[in-house]
Ligand binder design. Sequence first.
Ligand code: ZN
Length: 253
Amino acid sequence: MIDSHAHLDLADFDHDRATLFQQMHVNGIETALIPGIRESNWSKQIAIANEFNCYFALGIHPWYVPDDIPKSLDALNHHIGIHNADDNFVALGECGLDKLKGWGQPQIELLTGQLGMAIDWNLPVILHAVKAHPELLASLKTYQNQKGGVIHGFYGGPELAQSYIKLGYKLGIGGLLMNPHAKKLHKTVTEVDIKHFIIETDSPSMTPYNSVEKRNTPLQLSNFVQKIANLQKKTTVFILEQLDRNVSQLFEL
Ligand SMILES: [Zn+2]
């Protein structure tokens, strides 16, 4: 199992990171993909990805729109140039749109700059999308990326899911699935072919509904797999194999 989206570089994990990785291995979670969120975090992020054998992506999250967007995009382009040949560098992101935090034209400028860059570098993209699906879909139609990507932390019904799938994107399924009120998402995971999903936790955020621990960790993954298997009416072994194949295919692992 691979956690396809976990911010294990953040300070929340500084005190027990090595122990957590040990526990992950014991529980069959081989590794994680650590997405980038902003320039000031990239060097620690890459160091941790290298130390713990994680995959990583580089990008600028929509919550951290920089004052000088062209300058930050130049810095991103430069860093991708440095790491493009690294075996564990696999994607551009996370980037995206968020109507609940820092919403405005600069988010779109930052996103489209990164979508264009991903195409130039031939990289899949990791996308964050909160309440901005029409705008994100419009941008993805303008910047058609052959490598596709993932709508991480996906929440939506089968119709919305299909609009992304048609454009070549996978859906990142995480802790929201465990919420009994997440009816639309349950419908999507029940009806949509398993080949379009990958799993993720978004640790330390998106702690599942029923969790006793406040901090989310990749150790939650097996609960999500179980839940997907129940909804799809398949065995967990089958679901695990499929999810593994999907993440490997998307990020060419
Ligand atoms: Zn994230």
